[in-house]
Design a protein. Structure first.
Length: 78
């Protein structure tokens, strides 16, 4: 993954706030990426927080898979 294809994202699920990077080609739309994803979305340099509103950091990992059906909101940037 190159720096040009890394896109910062914040993902909200019903229980967690996830910050990290996805591999999105320059000029591609985040919406299209999520719609075309299979069952999971790969997130690198991930930080998972216990609450959507903040909460404590519960997991930090170089890579996690997020179940696409669990995603309620995804936005570029942090």
């Amino acid at each position: 993954m190159t720096d040009q294809s890394r896109t910062k994202v914040t993902i909200l699920t019903s229980s967690y706030r996830i910050k990290g990077y996805i591999d999105l080609l320059p000029g591609a739309r985040l919406t299209d990426f999520i719609v075309e994803a299979k069952d999971f979305v790969a997130v690198t340099n991930a930080e998972v927080f216990e609450s959507v509103l903040g909460g404590r950091l519960v997991l930090s990992a170089p890579f996690i898979n997020v179940n696409r059906s669990a995603i309620q909101i995804v936005t570029p940037g942090h």
